[in-house]
Design a protein. Structure first.
Length: 314
């Protein structure tokens, strides 16, 4: 089954200024792993001998046996990068006989630095590569897990952990945690999977959540709406990519699962395999359905929007 979890981050959400120099180096380390660099050494603290990270990359050539190249990686989280910020790094790459010097910066090189590197690159035995902030953001957008780790914030990470606990241990979050999320979330930062999981968790725990609020003299957060967490609706609709209704007749017959409107439920079809669904009428002409399918500790999500009265499937 396809996993349609995808980031909805945009370039403007990637704010390198909120990272420390150390966390920017760690981000670069994680990114290198995505591109099959190995034997990474992160030189934290003290003299770094001209590189923040040292790594190897295996080259597979059709004519000869695979061989490793040595990469020095310099990470700079600062406003602009001048010649004096890099000259020592170039000298160390020469001395240590690196094959490549990769410079990753959060902002940009000054024009003088760019011209200097071009001249130096023509007279050294190694190749010099530069990834400036604009390009770095485009690369990072391909890796939702890295964006979540460094730019998602604590509450987005909490949702990810909640979804993991339900996927592996069949444990849904408690009302106190859901209430905290409701009051702190930036819904625009959530992926399809996170949105669908939240909707199911809030719908499934709605009575417990109401009791939690009453017992602490807190306002019942959904008292004016029959739809749990109505603020999620625009984001769920924007992430609807599946055909409506989800779970056609063949699937329903195979697992003896209905597809009724107006409910949130979960049902074990067999060991390690579970359907969870929220299926609601959200207007006179629209019905929204989110289905989470948990199979062998993997979680997939399907979101569908129906806009007419044909083929509701219930």
């Amino acid at each position: 089954m396809p996993n349609i979890e995808a980031t909805i981050y945009q370039e403007r959400d990637i704010k390198f200024g909120q990272l420390t120099s150390t966390s920017f180096e760690e981000l670069s380390y994680d990114l290198l792993l995505k591109f099959q660099f190995h034997s990474l050494i992160w030189r934290q603290g003290g003299a770094d001998k001209g590189r923040d990270i040292e790594a190897k990359r295996t080259i597979n050539d059709a004519m000869v046996n695979p061989f490793d190249e040595k990469w020095f990686v310099e990470c700079k989280r600062r406003e602009n990068i001048k010649v004096e910020n890099l000259s020592e790094k170039v000298e160390w790459a020469k001395a240590e006989r690196a094959n490549h010097l990769l410079i990753i910066v959060s902002s940009y090189l000054t024009q003088g630095t760019r011209e200097w590197l071009k001249k130096i690159g023509a007279n050294v035995s190694f190749k010099i590569h530069v990834i400036e902030g604009k390009l770095l953001k485009k690369i990072l957008l391909k890796f939702p897990d890295i964006l979540l780790k460094y730019f998602g914030g604590d509450h987005v990470e909490l949702i990810q952990e909640m979804a993991r606990q339900w996927t592996i241990y069949d444990i849904l979050p408690e009302p106190k945690a859901l209430y905290a999320l409701y009051n702190n979330l930036d819904l625009g930062k959530l992926s399809s999977l996170q949105l669908a999981f939240l909707w199911f968790a809030f719908a499934h725990k709605s009575e417990e959540l109401d009791e939690f609020c009453r017992s602490r003299d807190l306002p019942e957060i959904f008292q004016e709406s029959i739809i749990p967490f109505p603020e999620l609706i625009p984001f769920l609709k924007a992430n609807a990519t599946s055909s409506y209704p989800i779970m056609g007749k063949a699937i329903r017959d195979k697992f003896e699962i209905g597809n009724p409107i107006g409910v949130a439920w979960s049902q074990e079809a067999h060991e390690g395999f579970c359907f969870a669904s929220v299926h609601l009428k959200i207007s006179k002409t629209e019905r929204l359905q989110a289905v989470l399918i948990r199979d062998k500790k993997q979680l997939d999500v399907y979101i569908a929007l129906g806009k007419n009265n044909k083929g509701w499937g219930w």
